[in-house]
Design a protein. Structure first.
Ligand code: OGA
Ligand code: NI
Length: 340
């Protein structure tokens, strides 16, 4: 299976090959200038008590109403983000032969370089090459290009700290004690998966897709990207494009396991990645999840005792990932398996 990058660089593509044709109905694009909320998270640690409770309220509202927010003043230096973006671009610029060394065969292989989502089950292929690395609790990263592994390690460590702070804010926004989410799992063993997406320019962007409508599997995803837009978020039945994210921001979104843990109070929201015909778009996500062997079920505090309204059955995170990978990536199909 050739990478999209190699096919595009061969110079022969003037149209989308038939096995990449994807019906992406565009009729629900939001025409209103709706904006994903922006949250200044520095106020969680350095604000006055009033500012802090206002931010917690804002986090709660954003999680409930959007499942997405732009996070600013998170403390990860812009220089590190730039270095990470450059490092990821250099990784994809290795030769196909060099990258082949990293093509994992199994879902839980520490490093996997590949294309589309799962070429064994994808009905149409996606216009996307990827690098996935399990970076926590044990750390590995490609040993090429030079210096890349060190950058990945530092970047992922810093984003893990940002995510921990957010988990505290999210716990409080649910009326739980600050360390509730962290205490529910052995956070030393919490999993963190780095996903780097490369979307090369596409000759006919309207008939292919980078990533189809889906939700993310973990608790929280933090995403950053180069200067090109392409992400769209489903909000009130319409696709809202995420254009011009604030400088040095992370886009944060609720994953399926946060939906399970909060018994549906905060929902994982469907999103998709569109492609363009001009330049290569790169996005870098870190999925913060529970430990792979943790069984996640709704927090009893968030289940209404009288009606016993538990909405999801518990499942091992590891098994959930197997389920997701062996099915087509579409909408909320994987989470639907767990609904009671
Ligand atoms: C993902 C994802 C969006 C993007 O990697 O799960 O949704 O804009 N990426 O690349
Ligand atoms: Ni996603």
């Amino acid at each position: 299976m050739f990478s999209v990058k190699a096919q595009v660089e061969s110079g022969y593509l003037t149209s989308v090959p038939p096995n990449y044709v994807f019906d992406n109905s565009n009729e629900y694009i939001s025409s209103e200038a709706e904006m994903i909320p922006t949250i200044d998270v520095s106020l969680l640690t350095s604000g006055t008590p009033d500012q802090r409770s206002k931010v917690i309220q804002d986090i709660g509202n954003a999680c409930r109403d959007w499942g997405f927010f732009q996070e600013i003043n998170h403390g990860v230096p812009e220089t590190l983000r730039d270095e990470m973006l450059r490092g990821c671009q250099s990784f994809f610029n290795l030769t196909e032969e060099e990258k082949k060394e990293f093509s994992g065969k199994q879902l839980f292989d520490p490093i996997s370089y590949g294309t589309s989502f799962n070429t064994n089950v994808d009905k149409a292929f996606f216009w996307r090459d990827y690098l996935k690395v399990w970076v926590h609790p044990s750390y590995t990263a490609p040993h090429k290009p030079a210096g890349f592994s060190e950058t990945v390690q530092e970047f992922c460590k810093r984003s893990r700290e940002v995510a921990s702070e957010l988990m505290r804010g999210i716990s409080e926004s649910l009326g739980l004690e600050e360390s509730y989410i962290q205490k529910r799992f052995d956070f030393e063993l919490a999993s963190q998966l780095l996903v780097v997406n490369l979307y090369p320019p596409c000759p006919e962007p309207d008939v292919a897709i980078g990533l189809p409508p889906h939700t993310d599997h973990g608790l929280l995803t933090l995403l950053m990207q180069n200067e090109l837009s392409g992400l769209q978020v489903m909000h009130n039945g319409k696709w809202v494009p995420v254009n011009d994210p604030p400088p040095n921001s992370f886009l944060v979104n609720i994953g399926d396991h946060m939906e399970i843990l909060t018994n549906g109070k905060y929902k994982s929201v469907v999103h998709r990645a569109m492609v363009n015909n001009k330049e290569t778009r790169v996005s870098i996500g870190t999925a913060q999840g529970p430990p792979l062997d943790a069984v996640v079920s709704p927090a009893p505090e968030l289940v209404d005792c009288e009606s016993h309204n538990t909405a999801y059955r518990g499942i091992k995170y590891r098994e959930y990932l197997v389920l997701q990978k062996s099915n087509q990536l579409q909408w909320k199909s994987c989470l639907d398996h767990l609904r009671i």
